[in-house]
Design a protein around this ligand. Structure first.
Ligand code: SF4
Ligand code: SF4
Length: 400
């Protein structure tokens, strides 16, 4: 494993961090046996940074239980986050933080982040509630070691936020398709001169691997038939000197082993001009196919009306990248179109709740209208009606 030094604390951090948002699940619940195997193999492979959050369902509890059971808490750095969208008053700082310590079975957090600090309004709200004094108290008592923020806003806001407080670190979305999106390369450069920078979404929630359009994937294959799409994506991030580590959500042993192998061989400046040109060629194709930049993070869910927002977007994007028929099949499945409890676009009442929370700043309401236009042409209702009839699900609920 390669390590890079956190210049604020002197900590030696593995260049591969474990993103704990999507632990393997079984019938909806976290599969503790598989998750324990993954976490312990990661630690054996040299991974020492684990990133979770208050709002990742079951994640803090699972991580805390596994680290305690195997007596390895002291071998790793835990990063978790204050859910600032849920904070209403000053007492919430302690309320959420104490709960997190309890779930993680620890009495200190190594890296504590303001979760999704996206703009100055949010910062002003936290500041007025006394977040600076609160962090100072926690640091003094040793309950928080390093304080930072995670970010999903515009570059202009990011450049302001890095200066408003003496942060110990920050966490940004960055990958070869996001050089000019959110914090972007300019944000990375500025932040990395001041603090360690942790990278999330290095593979854009799978859009740069299994979700990569065939035409784009074949450009990578032609350039190097031995490298996987994950290798292309992760190496691009590690190539940057300003990156301290990247987070990867690993849900299988094969994925973990490959990522450890890649991390071992990674180095800043490892990519030459010929390889960088391959990324540009791929991006030209990728941007043609990816109409909606949804990463499938699920932050917008559940929609109060029951719309499966990421499912709708995945089907829509697939209809461009893999062909209309495959996209429609995925769309129909993900919104359960033939069941009585469909999660279709037509349920949307335009309340706007989802748009306020989307880290990718997607104009969800407008995009859902685009989805409806493309994925539900005039014959859609007839096809679904026939399918329901044939399958005996010709229920009372109207087609949405
Ligand atoms: S705007 Fe539509 S999709 Fe978004 S939360 Fe409201 S009802 Fe759901
Ligand atoms: S629409 Fe936004 S919040 Fe919802 S899953 Fe996609 S990226 Fe996440």
């Amino acid at each position: 494993m390669q390590y890079r030094i956190d210049k604020k604390s002197g900590n030696r951090l593995s260049v591969l961090g474990f993103g704990c948002m999507r632990f393997p699940r079984n019938l909806g619940a976290i599969d503790m046996k598989r998750t324990e195997t993954l976490i312990m193999k990661a630690i054996e492979g040299g991974v020492n940074y684990f990133d979770t959050a208050y709002i990742y369902p079951g994640s803090e509890e699972a991580l805390g239980a596994i680290l305690a059971k195997n007596s390895v808490r002291e071998k790793v750095f835990i990063a978790t986050k204050l859910p600032i969208v849920l904070v209403k008053d000053k007492a919430d700082f302690d309320r959420f933080f104490n709960k997190e310590l309890e779930r993680l079975r620890t009495d200190y957090i190594d890296y504590y982040l303001m979760h999704q600090l996206t703009d100055m309004d949010f910062w002003d709200m936290l500041k007025n509630l006394g977040i600076e004094e609160w962090i100072a108290e926690q640091k003094k008592s040793g309950r928080i070691r390093q304080a930072g923020f995670s970010f999903h806003g515009t570059q202009a806001e990011f450049l302001k936020l890095v200066d408003v407080y003496p942060w110990d670190f920050c966490q940004i979305q960055y990958n070869y398709s996001d050089e000019n999106f959110q914090a972007g390369t300019i944000g990375l450069k500025k932040a990395s001169e001041m603090m360690p920078v942790i990278i999330m979404e290095p593979l854009l929630g799978g859009k740069l691997t299994e979700g990569l359009p065939q035409e784009a994937a074949s450009i990578f294959k032609k350039a190097d038939s031995h490298s996987s799409l994950a290798a292309w994506g992760l190496n691009w991030v590690w190539n940057h000197t300003g990156v301290t580590l990247l987070l990867s959500g690993m849900s299988s042993e094969a994925q973990l082993e490959e990522n450890i192998r890649l991390a071992d061989a990674s180095a800043p400046g490892m990519l030459g001009p010929l390889e960088l040109d391959v990324y540009h060629q791929v991006l030209n194709v990728f941007n043609k196919f990816y109409k909606i930049h949804c990463t499938g993070c699920n932050y917008c869910m559940p929609c109060p009306q029951g719309v499966n927002i990421p499912g709708c977007f995945a089907g829509y994007n697939l209809s461009y990248s893999m062909g209309f028929v495959l996209g429609l099949k995925h769309y129909i499945t993900s919104i359960a179109a033939i069941s009585e409890k469909t999660a279709g676009v037509g349920l949307c009442v335009k309340c706007g709740k989802c748009e306020k929370i989307c880290p990718q700043r997607i104009p969800i309401i407008r995009c859902l209208e685009d989805v409806k236009k493309r994925m539900e042409p005039f014959w859609y209702r007839w096809v679904i009606g026939i399918a329901r009839f044939v399958l005996g699900k010709n229920g009372k609920k109207n087609l949405q």
